[in-house]
Design a protein around this ligand. Structure first.
Ligand SMILES: Nc1ncnc2c1ncn2[C@@H]1O[C@H](COP(=O)(O)OP(=O)(O)OP(=O)(O)O)[C@@H](O)[C@H]1O
Ligand SMILES: [Mg+2]
Length: 242
């Protein structure tokens, strides 16, 4: 039985806007779930339902008001919809990929160069891209680089927040394929956020449906698609005919 690497118990996140009257948004509301090592779990739901806030809470980027989050893996990594904003624009791709290795302090310069070379190959980029800047890459190529960074950080857990939404369908398929390969090879655990059920169907073992800050359904992918229980899940499935 695989180990549980992430466990949330009754997690809530509130945002407060102070004015003459304090307005409180409950972005995440009493969320509980567990993710086991090696699982790819989808998190779906309409815009504003709390997906990104939940992932930020997991990574400690926002404070959660209540509840308990246990993340039992080092170096969790986030992959964003537009990796451009997370890649240092003034550094070349080779430098960017080498950075987690430098920070670890575990490798010689030669080891680092070799590892970057191997990683470029693994993520499907020709060696020449090591000498290019992020702005000189396409969206799909930049997403390959984000995956490479996560791997070189030694991360076993990735939160991918709409990682293919900005890409056209062919490139989407390529990036999903790469993510799948990487997941298998490294027994990676992935929390995959998307509003696109077609994408979720392709990559996830399990799907959690979120609405107004709550997880309203949590099932194996096949089961969710064949047997949606919640009316909202049915609605999502109908809106997005496979
Ligand atoms: N920093 C913040 N301050 C105040 N409110 C916020 C903040 N971040 C998010 N919110 C609010 O919390 C709710 C959830 O937002 P969140 O970004 O988590 O949604 P999402 O599901 O990721 O949406 P999308 O699919 O559009 O990315 C929204 O009502 C949003 O306006
Ligand atoms: Mg979001």
């Amino acid at each position: 039985m695989a180990d549980t690497i992430l466990k949330l118990e009754n997690v809530s996140v509130y945002f407060e806007k102070k004015g003459w009257k304090t307005i409180r948004t409950e972005a995440v509301n009493q969320v509980s779930f567990q993710i086991k090592e090696g699982e790819t779990v989808g998190l779906v739901g309409e815009s504003g339902c709390g997906k990104t806030t939940l992932s930020k809470a997991i990574l400690g980027f926002v404070r959660h008001g209540e509840g308990d989050i246990q993340l039992k893996t080092p170096n969790p990594q986030m992959i964003f919809q537009d990796p451009f904003s997370s890649l240092n624009p003034s550094k070349k791709i080779g430098w960017i990929l080498e950075e987690p290795l430098r920070l670890s302090g575990k490798y010689t310069k030669e080891d680092r160069k070799n590892k970057v070379r191997e990683m470029l190959q693994k993520i499907g980029l020709e060696q020449k891209y090591a000498h290019r800047y992020p702005r000189e890459l396409s969206g799909g190529q930049r997403q390959r680089v984000s995956i490479g960074i996560a791997l070189l950080s030694g991360s076993k857990f990735i939160i991918a927040d709409e990682p293919v939404s900005a890409l056209d369908v062919t490139v989407q398929a390529q990036i999903l394929k790469l993510l799948k390969e990487v997941q298998k090879e490294y027994n990676m655990t992935i929390l995959f956020i998307s509003h696109d059920l077609k994408v979720v169907y392709q990559i996830c073992d399990r799907v959690m449906v979120m609405k107004n800050g709550r997880i309203i359904e949590d099932k194996k992918t096949e089961e969710l698609f064949q047997n949606p229980e919640h009316p909202y899940t049915k609605l999502l499935l109908n809106m997005d005919t496979l």
